[in-house]
Design a protein around this ligand. Sequence first.
Ligand SMILES: Cc1ncc(COP(=O)(O)O)c(C=O)c1O
Length: 465
Amino acid sequence: MFILNNNDPVPLYKQLYNQIRELILSGRLPADSRLPSVRDMAVELSASRNTVDGAYQELYAEGYLYSKPRSGYFVSALDQDTAARSLPASAGKHDHLPGPPSCFDYDFHPARLDPESFPAELWRKCFVESLRQNSRQLVQYGDPQGDWGLRCSIQNYLERSRGVLCDPDQIIICSGLQQGLDIVAHLLKESHSVVAVENPGYHLPRSVFHNHSYSICPVPVGTGGIDLNHLKASSSTIAYVTPSHQLPLGYVMPVANRLALIEWAESGGKYIFEDDYDSELRYHGKPIPSLQGLRPEGNIIYSGTFSKILSPALRLSYLVLPYSLLAAYRRLYRDYFSPVSLLEQRTMAKFMEQGHWERHIRRMRMLYKRKHDTLLRAVEHNFGDRAVVTGQGAGLHVVLMLPDAAHSEAEIIDRGRQKGIRLFPFSDFHVTGQPEATTLLLGFGGMNGSEIERGIAILAKICLS
Ligand SMILES: Cc1ncc(COP(=O)(O)O)c(C=O)c1O
């Protein structure tokens, strides 16, 4: 019924949007008709699910469609006379305008998860059970530090899987890394003013500590993680690190360096903020045990999240505070309430208690390993020895260095956009300096195998010619 033209400058999702909209306005798609599922429509059109989803989302946002949970999208009832008059005289007049930034056929953004991966049925089951069992608690505020049952489940999981040794008392349920960093910045600002961050590294810690008036000290990262000599020579008294999978380079900090980092922290009341954001996703061998487990009684603040394996939309993460900070935390946050919904916390606790969490981790590890392997094969096939891959074997992205690329990063991103490719600028991870060669960050979580293969083939043409 619909025809998409790859040679048309109008983005594919917009072509589909226009065709469906026209059928609705002309009455040929009557009210309450059900649209094919995103997956079926994508198969029918030989297009990506992102294309179909982009068209449906826009039609839904504009009121042409409504959705029913677990049933899909349906055509909204419109006044047909008025609707017919709203058909544009020259449909598609503004179609050359760029589409919304989220609609790309090949989305290499590193934060994308597999769009079909959320375990909605299991989550619904746990949610309904929590609702039934906790209705009396839902008329109260709940524990400000987070639900006790969830904290016990997290403690148990962290000890078995990450080697983190702590009491549930030390765990604070947060609404994401940003809130965890905010708490830590707040707790430490009386006696600390300079924070070391990895360079290249994640922008969020820089931003949060900067907003709390800290000075930011960028410290270079090598294959062994944050450069310890540079760190020791700096005036930093807090170090934010991603030792199990450095973002963005993907290096694992070896144990000798971990011990040296701990020694640095122990010399004079310094603190390590260990961001263990995606360590469940290791595709060869066992996950790397945490830094915190090497010195559970030390000044290490451990941070973990459910965003990478389960869903970033839930906004569920946790901090493990060292005992040395607990009294200050309780004093400063005495009057605060938990920002995370109790129902969501109890649902997560149930999800963990019933074993779904660890089964889900195993499923996600397999799913993402397949995508990771597909990406590496496609890079090998299309780039050959003209690219060097680093950071493979873990997480949701790899880094691609192009020593003799024909174009700069900005040119590649721009040309990619014109071909439906979204790239996250690697240079954004740098506080100072830039990589020696053109470097690309390739997230693979949000695309299926054939999208990864096609995306890499197009990208190779852009980069190498
Ligand atoms: C380095 C790093 N830490 C943590 C997170 C997760 O943050 P949150 O728990 O706020 O979703 C991310 C997400 O992309 C990340 O890149």
